[in-house]
Design a protein around this ligand. Structure first.
Ligand code: SAM
Length: 185
């Protein structure tokens, strides 16, 4: 499995918003869902995307989107605003789960499940030289970046992984990782 975990510092943890960009940058969560789970005309069945929303009013909220189970989801932002509002207000959507797992506990759980843990950081080891396990978790920050204490926590279990010196959008990083691992497969 490939799993991606976006640490959203500001993403709203309820459904009272108008426009994803106004909801503590939930637009970044949407963009990352798109590049994690969608291929052209198909879903990635071996990918799960996670976001932990740490914004108001009742953080944390952990959203998981499983490519193998996702249904009734188009790729446009409006559709995802509706889907995210629905799940944040307690409605069900196939392939999407919601709970209150905080960032650090999720990292610990994946480590216990023997996942390789990689913290995306431009100062890490280059992806081209990196070996991966069968199951891997790739951790990314949002527009602000990962909080230092959460990065240090994740690094107890894993290593920093770089895509080069340029700083990319979180969603672009996911595209690059998916492409790189697709080539290796
Ligand atoms: C838009 S960037 C965050 C920018 C933020 N101002 C910072 O300096 O961390 C979002 C996330 O993408 C990842 N990222 C961006 N460029 C990267 C690179 N070249 N290599 C590895 N990860 C990268 C990091 O995890 C970062 O937290």
């Amino acid at each position: 499995m490939r799993e991606f975990l976006l640490h959203s510092r500001t993403g709203y943890s309820n459904s009272s918003f108008n426009g994803l960009i106004n909801a503590g940058r939930l637009d970044i969560v949407y963009q990352c869902i798109l590049t994690s789970v969608f291929k052209s005309a198909a879903h990635r069945h071996d990918v799960v995307f996670h976001a932990v929303l740490n914004g108001p009013p009742t953080p944390p909220v952990h959203i998981a989107v499983a490519g193998s189970e996702l249904k009734d989801a188009r790729i446009d932002e409006r559709s995802w605003e509706r889907i995210l509002k629905n799940v944040l207000s307690g409605k069900e959507h196939p392939g999407i789960s919601i709970d209150r797992t905080p960032f650090q506990r999720l990292v610990q759980q994946k480590h216990s499940d023997n996942y390789g843990i990689f913290v995306l950081n431009s100062k890490g080891a280059m992806i081209s030289n990196q070996e991966f396990k069968e199951n891997n978790l790739f951790i990314l920050g949002d527009h602000v970046g990962l909080p230092r204490n959460d990065e240090s926590f994740a690094l107890r279990y894993g290593t920093r992984l770089s895509l080069g010196k340029e700083k990319y959008l979180a969603a672009s990083c996911i595209d690059i990782i998916n492409y790189t691992l697709d080539q290796r497969d």
